[in-house]
Design a protein around this ligand. Structure first.
Ligand code: FAD
Length: 261
């Protein structure tokens, strides 16, 4: 079985600061991590590899050369192969162009049974890329996967919804998007770190993938960002003093005064 996991390198949001004048992210010196949902996606792929025979896991990332670090970490966790999609032609891509590029690489890989993505990247936050890849490849998709079973050539997934879950069966190939409830990602092992250091990370450019070049990069991106704004900090909260009972009574009075209850 061939599994592809799309992983994005993102800034560690706990560390992100905003330039107060320019209103842009200060990326300098900010550590980067594998997008958290993508780690769940990778973990699930590795669990399938642990359980079944003849499973290969390829990790795929589009980004600058620095994204190699994320791919190296994925190899150390247990992935078999890593491909970095990096080319000037990819710069300025919005979600449409990004998914076109990732799908173009997957078309080049050709053999795949499951494609995993995270539900959402913590920086861009659109949750569009996974579903768009499935549309480009014209394969079924199951998003928000919180539990997964493989039965012969089919997948059975629990798709989380607000008040429960749907059980969805699909044939393969299929694209799945992972949420944090799916599993607890493993740490890199010492031997994994050692072995991954010697593994090659393939670098693919625009000529290595199957893509219409008018659909990628800034020119191929239908989205334009007009303005970004930093949310204003909320007013400081009020701490109610006294015993729990006194604090609760005071809270009820305040909520009634504001006609909340
Ligand atoms: C006009 C415009 C220009 C932009 N220019 C740039 C630019 O020059 N450089 C830049 O870095 N960003 C740029 N961006 C942001 C970029 O489009 C998004 O970061 C990217 O499309 C992913 O979207 P997202 O973060 O919302 O991912 P989501 O859709 O939330 O991600 C869902 C899942 O898709 C997969 N995924 C997403 N992105 C990647 C990736 N790159 N590699 C592998 N898997 C991935 C992951 O599995 C992820 O969990 C631009 C955006 C716009 C609108």
């Amino acid at each position: 079985m061939e599994i592809i996991v799309c992983i994005k390198q993102v800034p560690d949001t706990n560390e992100v600061r905003i330039d107060p004048e320019k209103g842009t992210l200060i990326r300098k010196g900010v550590p980067s991590i594998i997008n958290p949902d993508d780690k769940n996606a990778l973990e699930e792929a590795l669990r399938i590899k642990d359980k079944l025979e003849d499973v290969n896991v390829t990790v795929l990332s589009m980004g600058p050369s620095q994204a190699k670090n994320a791919l190296r970490e994925a190899l150390a966790m247990g992935a078999d192969k890593a491909i970095l999609l990096s080319d000037r032609a990819f710069a300025g891509s919005d979600t449409w162009a990004t998914s076109t590029i990732l799908a173009g690489a997957i078309k080049k890989i050709k053999n795949y049974d499951i494609i995993f993505c995270g539900r959402q990247a913590i920086d861009g936050d659109t949750a569009q890329v996974g579903p768009q890849i499935a549309e480009h490849l014209e394969i079924p998709q199951i998003t928000y996967v919180e539990n997964l079973d493989i039965e012969k050539q089919r997948v059975k997934a629990n798709r989380a919804v607000e008040d429960g879950y749907y059980i969805i069966n699909s044939e393969m190939p299929v694209l799945l998007t992972a949420i944090k409830e799916l599993n607890k990602p493993r740490y890199e092992s010492i031997s994994g770190i050692y072995e991954s250091a010697n593994k090659e990370i393939e670098i693919w450019g625009v000529d290595d993938i199957v893509v219409d070049t008018t659909q990628i990069g800034l020119k191929g991106s239908p989205t334009r960002v007009k303005k970004t704004e930093t949310a204003k900090p909320k007013k400081e909260g009020e701490l109610l003093k006294g015993s729990t009972e006194e604090a609760v009574n005071e809270l009820i009075v305040k909520l009634k005064q504001r006609q909340v209850i």
